[in-house]
Design a protein around this ligand. Structure first.
Ligand SMILES: [Zn+2]
Length: 68
């Protein structure tokens, strides 16, 4: 019988804002974390990016507010 330890290896993503020094809730999907990061960027005009379950920034995930 094999015990699956999926929870320990499943990828997880969260939006991170270095301005607020806060990370959002954890998502199983990169796309959802990216949407959350984009929402924060639109709302607070902060640059955000997505980090993975190691806390490492995902390359290319940085979102900057639109210049006014
Ligand atoms: Zn912020």
């Amino acid at each position: 019988m094999t015990v699956r330890v999926q929870d320990e290896v499943a990828p997880a993503y969260r939006a991170h804002c270095p301005t607020c020094r806060k990370s959002g809730r954890q998502f199983r999907s990169y796309g959802l974390a990216e949407q959350a990061a984009g929402g924060h960027t639109d709302k607070f005009r902060h640059t955000t990016y997505v980090i993975d379950h190691y806390g490492v920034r995902v390359t290319g995930s940085t979102q900057r507010p639109e210049p006014t």
